[in-house]
Ligand binder design. Structure first.
Ligand SMILES: [Zn+2]
Length: 256
């Protein structure tokens, strides 16, 4: 029970960060500044007052509509805020006040932004992935997986997908995987090391195949429908960072 209060504070802080991640998700693909100007309605430009900008609560009080023009507000806003709040609370509970907590939260925030932007725009912006590689590598000097595993993770993460992308291009003469996916997997490698990066890649491919097959069965897309692989990579990486070590131990247990 002694932890209830700091976990509640972590959740509230996470909701506020989630609100900032929404700004990133909305503005980065448009090439706009994430710090200026303040938040406004995407339809009419009405500048939001502080009480219209409270994570989750404002969405409920405004009943999902802009106060000025009544344009609907996307469910993505409260969803990202709630998800970030849960992530902050869960990570604080699991890692405690450590350097690894900061590293994991930065990683998680990057994954949430990449997940949402790739889902909507089929885009994985360099302004997230490239600094992500550097930051992940820098943290590896102080936290698991250590800098050697991190460096191999960058090489394996970037290298494996790069080879797949090149191979696909040579075979099909069209782009199956973008360089954004390659840089994102390198970022994942930097944060969690090469072993968990392979776990993340397997989980993402598995989830992507299932959704792909469902799409083909329901005939909503057909074979050429471009699945946002970064969205699945974000899910795979989140799973790898949390349950991945357990999965790895269980799997390797067969070979001991
Ligand atoms: Zn409006």
């Amino acid at each position: 029970m002694a932890l209830a209060y700091p976990i509640a504070v972590a959740a509230a802080f996470g909701a506020v960060i989630g609100s900032f991640l929404n700004v990133c998700i909305y503005r980065i693909p448009k090439g706009r500044s994430i710090v200026w100007p303040g938040s406004a309605c995407g339809s009419c430009g009405h500048m939001l007052a502080w009480y219209e900008n409270i994570p989750v609560i404002s969405y409920l009080v405004l009943r999902a509509r802009c106060r000025a023009c009544r344009a609907p507000i996307s469910i993505r806003y409260p969803f990202v805020e709630l998800l970030t709040a849960v992530m902050f609370a869960g990570a604080f509970w699991f890692y405690g006040p450590t350097v690894l907590l900061i590293s994991r939260l930065l990683f998680g925030c990057a994954l949430i932004v990449l997940f949402a932007i790739d889902l909507e725009y089929q885009l994985l912006p360099n302004v997230i992935t490239l600094p992500g590689i550097v930051i992940g590598f820098a943290f590896s000097f102080l936290t698991p997986p250590g800098w050697v595993a991190s460096l191999i993770g960058i090489a394996v993460g970037g290298g494996v997908l790069w080879a797949v992308a090149e191979g696909y291009y040579l075979l099909r003469h069209e782009e199956g995987l973008g360089m954004g996916d390659v840089k994102m997997l390198a970022m994942i490698g930097a944060f969690v090391g090469w072993k968990l990066t392979l776990v993340a890649l397997m989980m993402a491919s598995f989830a992507g195949s299932i959704v792909g097959v469902l799409f083909i069965i329901s005939r909503r897309g057909g074979l050429k429908y471009a699945l946002p692989f970064g969205t699945f990579l974000a899910l795979g990486a989140a799973l790898a960072a949390t349950v991945g070590p357990g999965v790895l131990n269980w799997y390797l247990g067969f070979y001991q």
